[in-house]
Write a protein that binds this ligand. Structure first.
Ligand SMILES: [Zn+2]
Ligand SMILES: [Zn+2]
Length: 103
């Protein structure tokens, strides 16, 4: 899941225009009552504050996220997927750190 974390917090980016905030990986929970986490593909890059902080998705929940940020978890997922896509295909946009030590 390193790639997702490297996208940077999508709420910082979307809401405050700050890119590359160090992010954690949030797993979307789809459906109510499901105890299992959703697929690893359904993950959102969020900084600690926007993840589990007072203004984070775990505290605000879906409705609170919408009220505060005017977007849904699906929008944040789309931002994350788009960011991962950039990392994978726009070489040179962000330096890769995965080849450290290889020359
Ligand atoms: Zn953030
Ligand atoms: Zn989470």
């Amino acid at each position: 899941m390193g790639l997702v974390a490297r996208v940077g917090c999508v709420l910082c980016s979307r809401h405050m225009g700050i890119n590359d905030t160090p992010a954690q990986v949030h797993h979307m929970k789809l459906g109510t009552g499901a105890s299992d986490r959703a697929s690893d593909f359904l993950t959102i890059a969020l900084c600690p504050e926007h993840h589990v902080g007072a203004l984070g998705v775990h505290k605000l929940k879906e409705h609170g996220i919408y009220l505060r940020y005017k977007c849904s978890e699906i929008d944040l997922l789309a931002d994350t997927v788009s960011g991962v896509n950039d990392l994978l295909y726009n070489t040179g946009v962000r330096a890769s750190t995965s080849t450290e030590g290889v020359s």
